[in-house]
Design a protein around this ligand. Structure first.
Ligand code: HEM
Ligand code: HEM
Length: 260
């Protein structure tokens, strides 16, 4: 194997390890964070099924973003749907062995790259040209968009211009990463830039705003049932305090009655 291939193979596992450990830590932290109050935002779901439906609408349609700003919604939604379809198509590189026929059917998903890139340009334009948004934009807001743009544009260059890369070699390299049967990778600059940025994205995912992916499911304004008037809501820590208090009260009353 060439030095470049060894470097990228090692980088993949390092980024993957950082991604997995970082995400597990973060999700555990979100899981353990006390949620002492009922704070669902209106219109509030009254049942658990209602909460599931609300979260599904939020994840699939970006409902609350739609209500707040149509342009941001349009570019944001285009980008995310494009990204999803592109990633589904990418499974063909990581699939070990012959590809099932379904991969032929999803071949047109490559055009989703344009939705992804147009969405990203729209979101970036918003941060540059809308003064209110420019004022609150931090360097990391630009960084994430630029990273994704470099990945998207280098992908488009490989797929839609004559600067193709050897996709058979890519498949051997990528599926080899999964089954630990390492192989050389193509060395065209746009391909190396493409995957280098992907690995960087994986590594910074657990310390970036991309944590909105697990975060949306832990958002108390979105994931709570509005049953505060039906059921008493007690946080686990408060429940423990309450039990201890009840035991103390029992003991005190017991002593009092013995005294009499
Ligand atoms: C469960 C899946 C996901 C959901 C529900 C989701 C939802 C959202 C929503 C609603 C926004 C708009 C926030 C706002 O501006 O008010 C957003 C922004 C963003 N998302 Fe996601 N997202 C998901 C996955 C991802 C993934 C996998 C990536 C990239 C790898 C990503 C990258 C971004 C970026 C970069 C922004 C910021 C855009 C900007 O500059 O305004 N998202 N996401
Ligand atoms: C290690 C992981 C990845 C590898 C090995 C890889 C490889 C490739 C290759 C070889 C192409 C060109 C396909 C062709 O010529 O037909 C491509 C296209 C593309 N890639 Fe990736 N990629 C990876 C991850 C990603 C990620 C995470 C994203 C998005 C954030 C992405 C976005 C794109 C886009 C938008 C295209 C153009 C559309 C398409 O062909 O589907 N890639 N990628």
């Amino acid at each position: 194997m060439s030095v470049v291939s060894i470097f990228f193979t090692a980088l993949f596992y390092i980024s993957l390890a950082i991604f997995l450990i970082g995400m597990t830590r973060k999700i555990y932290q979100y899981w353990m964070t006390p949620v002492p109050l009922k704070i669902p935002t209106a219109p509030t779901p009254l049942t658990q099924t209602g909460v599931v439906m609300r979260l599904a609408r939020e994840v699939v349609l970006f409902e609350s973003l739609f209500k707040s700003n149509k342009w941001t919604w349009l570019f944001g939604w285009l980008f995310h749907v494009g990204l999803l379809l592109v990633l589904i198509r990418h499974a063909r590189y990581f699939w070990p062995g012959d590809l099932p026929e379904i991969f032929l059917l999803i071949q047109p998903f490559k055009y989703a790259a344009f939705a992804m890139v147009i969405g990203l340009f729209g979101l970036l334009g918003r941060r540059f040209f809308v003064e209110r948004i420019r004022y609150i934009s931090a360097p990391s807001d630009y960084l994430m968009l630029l990273l994704l743009l470099v990945i998207g544009v280098s992908g488009v260059v490989m797929t839609f211009t004559s600067n193709h890369t050897d996709v058979i070699m890519v498949k051997e390299f990528a599926s080899g990463l999964i089954v630990f049967n390492w192989a050389d990778l193509p060395t065209e600059v746009h391909f190396l830039v493409h995957i280098f940025m992907v690995f960087v994205l994986m590594a910074i995912f657990p310390i970036s705003k991309l944590l909105h992916v697990p975060g949306v499911f832990f958002s108390p304004t979105r994931n709570q049932v509005d049953d505060a008037r039906k059921k008493r809501h007690i946080s686990p820590w408060a429940l423990k305090q309450e039990q201890e208090h009840a035991i103390k009260l029992d003991q005190t009353l017991g002593q009092d009655s013995e005294g009499k």
